[in-house]
Write a protein that binds this ligand. Sequence first.
Ligand SMILES: [Mn+2]
Length: 433
Amino acid sequence: MAVPRNSLRGFLTQARGALRAAVDSSQKITFVIGNESADLDSMTCSVLYAYIRSMAPPRNAFTPLYVPITNIPSSGIQLRPEFLALFKHANIESRHLITLDDLPDLSVIKSKLPPENTRWIIVDHNALQGQLGKIYSDRVGGVIDHHEDEGRVPEDTGSEPRIIEKAGSCCSLVTGYCRQAWDTLSGSATSYGAAHAQGDTLSDDGAVVKLWDAEVAQLGLASILIDTANLQSEEKTTEHDRKAVEYLEAKIMSCPQLSASFHRNEFYEEIDTAKKDIGGLKLQDILRKDYKEWNENGRKLGISSVVKSIDFLQQKAGDEANTQPVDDALLEALRRFASDRELDMYAVMTTSTSSEGEFQRELLVWAFNETAISAAKSFAQDAHDELGLEDWHASGVKAHGHDGEGHWRQVWWQRNVQHSRKRVAPLLREAMT
Ligand SMILES: [Mn+2]
């Protein structure tokens, strides 16, 4: 039985209830989870997929209800101002988002949520990482992603998708996959009946469903616009993105309450501005806000993506430390971040806009022991041309070589700015194998 048509807010409340029931009375459950960086793309992919799928599940679905999980503790939501800005458009609040805090504690999760009772659909990544990955990898039964295929999801995923394709935003692939079911839902008589049953005060039921659709559509649209710079990035934007934007925008424009006031460019500017508004965050929070980690041959690699320049980070570190010279404060903060996570190699990728208005990237790589150092050096050599690595300006974070403690650190301009972590991470990982 499909879940009755509902608003996003109503659906998330119901999904949380289903999760509780699964834990309390060991019922089966299906999760939809994004990657550990829990960026806008990961969050919206899991919510959109779970929402549409729960109202139109395939006949032999593991469970009719799909529970979207955002792959961070709930405290992480506050680190993502773009989430908060977007929630208003989707008529939800932070408390509605289901996070890792809603799962049983890791020490008891295996008994409270036995793997055989679960199925996992992974979106915006294609290998379940971390502690969840250790316990539930074998239970992954579907994937939609736009990263390099790690070959971990079985070829045959039955009635769930196995889609790994290039796209600016994974949410474009999710939208493409769900649109047929979504159209059927929105056109069906039961939609109107469900809206009516909700006792909504809007004059006609069709308008209620259109508003619900528009709320969810804005969620998906935001992620695609952010990932493709409002479809303006030629390197990132694909046909999937353009089609999905057209589709979602049509859903928004067919909603009478929104059509007059909604403007895509303004909407993009609002979410993008919120995303870059990280000045109020602590440096350690900025570093963990968009962070991913990998294990290669027992060696740990961590990469933080930051939407501000190294200069900004230095300033921030200096302000927080108060006492130290500015350069040392940032290095000290990075060192602490890496050692808290027992990293062998740590990289920071920044994006920013130059004073001339050029989009630019910096890359800092820090290797903390001999094995990591040799990996970092071969990365520096092998990836040099592809990434367009160029020595960073001399001031500030000392850019070169050994720092006297068996460490090695290097900072570059990454002139080939089309390469995000999606490309840099595999290059670093390759160097570590
Ligand atoms: Mn993504």
